[in-house]
Ligand binder design. Structure first.
Ligand SMILES: CC(C)C(=O)C(=O)O
Length: 253
């Protein structure tokens, strides 16, 4: 897509009532950087038709360079967010990151602290492959990033491996066992490899997640992500016992 086409999609999402638009990954290439800048300028200082602010979010790895690039695109936007990510599963830490648990926590903490030091007060942290991570480690990791200043904690089923009951239980357990979890918003990020992205997202929301990450038509890596259309229609149609404030995030992959 051209930059203008992407801008038009962002405008339409704003009209649709989406709360947060995760635009792109500025450190990955120059075009992504320019796209985030443009959408931040054009859409980031506006409100939805019903008067709610639209937050523009950019993605960053836990490095100063990535965070600097995201900040450069967003810093003049009224409502901005940086989402950073790091893997927490044994398999990712050992074979991909080649880091110990302690090193992973230290890297995550210093990335959040660095973004805070730049003036970014809305920081989402994505726990990549959380769906296959040791729960005790997740509680500890999340507790540490909250202390460092994260404001939203994104629980990712990165490889689309979880089943709905298991994913819902994961959110319930994180809520019950993580220090200071009441100070942050829990988010879901589900992939569709087993055809369960929408079901897992719904179960996550019913278990206490207050933000759900979705994509238009479920477009995303491999089999895709939870779809905006399915999740929003389900949330409108099937009411859980208690109503919740749910935030919908669009991720353009
Ligand atoms: C990097 C994050 C946002 C992701 O796409 C995943 O873990 O699936």
């Amino acid at each position: 897509m051209t930059r203008l086409q992407k801008l038009n999609i962002a405008r339409q999402l704003a009209k649709l009532g989406v709360d947060i638009i995760e635009v792109r990954f500025p450190a990955s290439n120059k075009d992504d950087l320019e796209t985030v800048k443009l959408i931040a300028q054009e859409v980031g200082n506006t409100t939805n038709d019903d008067g709610r602010n639209i937050v523009i979010c950019a993605l960053a790895r836990c490095t100063k360079e990535d965070i600097d690039k995201a900040w450069e695109c967003l810093k003049d936007t009224k409502f901005l967010r940086i989402q950073m990510f790091l893997a927490t599963s044994e398999i990712h830490m050992k074979y991909k990151l080649r880091m110990s648990k302690e090193e992973v926590i230290a890297k995550a903490r210093s990335a959040v602290e660095y973004a805070r030091s730049l003036g970014c007060n809305d920081i989402e942290f994505c726990l990549e492959d959380a769906g296959r991570s040791e729960k005790e480690f997740l509680y500890q990791f999340i507790g540490e990033i909250i202390k460092a200043g994260a404001t939203t904690v994104n629980i990712a089923d990165t490889v689309g491996y979880n089943c709905p009951r298991e994913f819902g239980q994961l959110i319930t357990d994180i809520k019950a066992n993580t220090p200071s979890i009441e100070n942050v918003i829990i988010s879901t990020h589900c992939h569709n490899d087993l055809g369960l992205a929408t079901a897992n997202t719904l179960e996550g929301a019913y278990s206490g997640a207050r933000q759900v990450e979705v994509t238009i038509n479920g477009i995303g890596e491999r089999a895709g992500n939870a779809s905006l259309e399915e999740v929003s229609c389900l949330l409108l149609t099937i009411k859980p016992n208690q109503s919740r404030e749910l935030k919908v995030l669009f991720i353009e992959k």
